[in-house]
Design a binder for this molecule. Structure first.
Ligand code: ATP
Length: 287
C-alpha cells in the first residue's frame, strides 16, 4: 500500500494576536506522495509559510487532521514531534540559517547529532552529502567564507543528510541572483529526481512554479487550485501555462492518488530513479 509522506485533511491554523484571531489557513486538504515535485504559489500573506510550517511539523494545526510519516501529529508530544521531524523532513529556507562560526561540514553534520550518530560517521556522511551538492572542496569553510549559492547548497546538504522523505523549501532562491538561483533550483530538481525525496517548494515566481509537475495555488488561507502537469517546464518541452487553466493540467483530489506520483512506493521504496539508501537505523532525537 502506498503511504503518503504527508496528509492534511481540512487543516486550519488561526493565530491569536493581541486578542485578534488571524485565520492564516482556513481548511486545507492535500496529500504529498513520495517523490513528488510540488510548487506552492500564492500572494504575500496567503498562508504559504504557515502551510509549510504545518507540513513540516514545526507548528500544529488549530483544526483538522495532519498526518506526517503515517503519524497523526495530534497524538504526539512535543519531543515525539521533534523526533518525527528529524526523521522525516528536511527544511531549506530563503535565509540559509547556518551556524556562522561553524564549518560547512559541521553545519551539515548537525542533524545527525540528534540521532546519536558517532562523530566520525557524522563527518563522513556530511562530507559525502557536501560532495553531492558540489561542495566537496569547501568542507572547512565557514558560512562567511562561502558565496550565497554555496551557503544555500550547504543548507540543502544539511536538510538531506538525514535522508528525509520530504524536503520543504520556502523560497530557496529568494536571496540569490538569478543565475545562482537557477543553479540551486537545478540542484534541488536533480536531488528530487535522483534520490526520490519529495520536493515541496514555496515560490513567488510563476516561472519557477511552472517547472514543477504539481502546482498548488494558495489564496486567503485556502487552496485555490491543485493541478498536475504532464509536461512541466523543467522537462524542457512544456509551453507557457497558467496555474488555473493549463491545458495539460489535471485537477487533483485531496486523496492524493493520481498521476502526480512518480514513485508511489511504500516506506522508502525505490521509485523509477531509485532512492538514496535510507538511514533509518539511528534513533531519532530532537531536530
Ligand atoms: N505568528 C503569527 N501571528 C499572527 N499572524 C500571523 C503569524 N504568522 C503569520 N501570520 C498571518 O497569517 C497570514 C499568512 O501568513 P504567511 O506567512 O503564512 O503568508 P505567506 O503566504 O507565507 O506570505 P509571504 O509570501 O509574504 O511570506 C498573514 O496574514 C500573516 O500576517
Amino acid at each position: 500500500m502506498t503511504v503518503a509522506a504527508i496528509e492534511a485533511v481540512d487543516v486550519s491554523r488561526t493565530y491569536e494576536l493581541d486578542g485578534v484571531s488571524v485565520p492564516a489557513l482556513r481548511g486545507v486538504s492535500l496529500t504529498i506522495a513520495q517523490g513528488e515535485y510540488v510548487a506552492v504559489i500564492g500572494p504575500s500573506g496567503s498562508g504559504k509559510s504557515t502551510l509549510m510550517h504545518l507540513l513540516g511539523g514545526l507548528d500544529r494545526p488549530t483544526g483538522g487532521r495532519l498526518v506526517i510519516g503515517g503519524r497523526d501529529v495530534a497524538t504526539l508530544t512535543a519531543p515525539e514531534l521533534a523526533t518525527l521531524r528529524n526523521e522525516t523532513i528536511g527544511f531549506v529556507f530563503q535565509a540559509f540559517h547556518l551556524l556562522p562560526r561553524t564549518s560547512a561540514v559541521d553545519n551539515v553534520a548537525l542533524p545527525l547529532v540528534y540521532r546519536g550518530v558517532g562523530a566520525r560517521q557524522r563527518r563522513e556522511r556530511a562530507a559525502a552529502m557536501l560532495g553531492r551538492v558540489g561542495l566537496g572542496h569547501r568542507l572547512t569553510h565557514r558560512p562567511n567564507q562561502l558565496s550565497g549559492g554555496e551557503q544555500q547548497r550547504v543548507a540543502i546538504a544539511r536538510a538531506l543528510v538525514t535522508d528525509p522523505a520530504v524536503l520543504l523549501a520556502d523560497e530557496p532562491t529568494g536571496n540569490l541572483d538569478s543565475a545562482t538561483g537557477e543553479a540551486v533550483l537545478e540542484l534541488l530538481e536533480q536531488l528530487n529526481a535522483e534520490s526520490g525525496v519529495a520536493l515541496v517548494m514555496v515560490t513567488h515566481d510563476p516561472e519557477v512554479a511552472a517547472r514543477a509537475r504539481r502546482r498548488i495555488a494558495v489564496r486567503d488561507g485556502l487552496i485555490r487550485s491543485d493541478t498536475v502537469h504532464d509536461r512541466p517546464l523543467s522537462g524542457g518541452d512544456g509551453g507557457p501555462e497558467t496555474l488555473d487553466a493549463a491545458p495539460s493540467a489535471e485537477p487533483r483530489s485531496a486523496s492524493g492518488s493520481g498521476p502526480g506520483h512518480p514513485s508511489g512506493g511504500s516506506g522508502g521504496a525505490t521509485g523509477a530513479t531509485g532512492r538514496l539508501p535510507r538511514n533509518g537505523a539511528q534513533a531519532g532525537g530532537a531536530g
